[in-house]
Design a protein around this ligand. Structure first.
Ligand SMILES: [Fe+2]
Length: 346
């Protein structure tokens, strides 16, 4: 996010942004509503606005509205203290509305790198991770540190939680892998190790943004509940889960990408040509798994959420899974099955 300030008088056509990089002046004139006060308020901006080199104050004191065009959100600020000479101060909040949603990396660094390379070609600058950064795979530290650096938001997954606390309901293979993962996360200088554990321990279980929910498991039990495709045959369960969804819920955990609709359909990416429109009905979207896909497709999976186009795009990315498998085979604590399944995507 970036704030650029500019000023003028409060008649819209006179606005002349000092930085035109992200602002099409003509588009701005057309899109700005006349009544600034009726526009949705922009809150929680920690930035301080400035006039020249003079700090004016916190954004919240000044913001009067926000509007969206060209995939960017723009906030307006009016300095109400200057009553005789109305002074108009505007801030441009540069927030792209294409978000990349990744989940279930599971310490697979080759898959993560391939996905990040794909994301960088997709005009996306906001990365959200829905958890299970670690567990199962051979590169927990590399994956965790990359996510710490790159993701603007990371949600707690059940394997991330299991690295921190006593694992709950883990089978012997997952259990041995998570104990090994703990040892790897404990290796290194005290500051590096502390940073990893601090990051993991502070992960939120859920995040909501403008009626969009992000969880690892389900809106009912954000960390641990699986919402499998076959749940569409259990109406009361799905009705209960959907009752907690505000509009759209994005999740991972099952490693099976697809869209759940409230009329109990599960639509696989292949059934919608990898693109699904966001309408008025509630949806739950499983973004699939970067590092351990289980839908019989061995390519890494993630989703791009495009708020402006009102669509989601399922992306599949090839990566060198044989390199990951070789590493898994080299650690006796990691069951060979954890490598084998990467080949088949199951
Ligand atoms: Fe997972």
């Amino acid at each position: 996010m970036q704030f650029i300030s500019f000023h003028g008088i409060p008649s819209i056509p006179s606005l002349k942004p000092l930085c035109a990089d992200h602002v099409n002046h003509q588009a701005m004139q057309q899109r700005v509503p006349h009544e600034l006060r009726s526009i949705e308020k922009l809150r929680d901006c920690p930035k301080t606005l400035t006039m020249g080199s003079q700090p004016l104050g916190n954004c919240l004191d000044y913001l009067s509205g926000v509007w969206t065009f060209d995939g960017l959100r723009h906030g307006f600020c009016v300095d109400l203290r200057r009553e005789t000479t109305p002074f108009f101060h505007a801030a441009v909040e540069v927030t792209r509305v294409r978000q990349a949603l990744i989940s279930d990396i599971h310490s697979n660094f080759e898959a993560l790198q391939a996905v990040l390379a794909d994301i960088s070609s997709q005009n996306v600058d906001k990365l959200i991770c829905l958890g299970d950064v670690v567990g199962y795979g051979p590169n927990p530290c590399e994956c965790l540190e990359t996510v710490m650096r790159r993701a603007e938001l990371t949600i707690m997954g059940n394997h991330d939680q299991a690295a921190l606390f006593d694992p709950d309901g883990f089978n012997p293979v997952a259990l041995r892998a998570i104990y090994w993962t703990r040892d790897r996360l404990d290796a290194g200088s005290a500051s590096v190790v502390n940073r990893r554990w601090d990051f993991l321990s502070e992960l939120p279980k859920m995040h909501t943004q403008d009626k969009v929910m992000f969880v690892h498991g389900s809106p009912r039990d954000p960390t641990n509940e699986y919402v499998f495709p076959e749940f569409i045959y259990d109406k009361s369960k799905m009705d209960n889960i959907f009752s907690r969804v505000t509009q759209y819920c994005f999740q991972g955990h099952t490693h099976m990408p697809g869209v759940f609709t409230p009329d109990l359909e599960f639509i696989k990416p292949s059934q919608c040509d990898n693109v699904f429109p966001l309408g008025k009905e509630k949806l739950m979207v499983n973004v699939g798994s970067v590092g351990q896909p289980r839908d019989e497709d061995n390519r890494a999976c993630y989703v791009i959420l495009d708020h402006d186009a009102k669509k989601i795009f399922f992306r599949r990315v090839e990566y060198d899974f044989e390199a990951t498998i070789k590493k898994i085979y080299s650690f006796s604590e990691l069951d060979r099955m954890l490598g084998d399944r990467l080949r088949t995507g199951r």
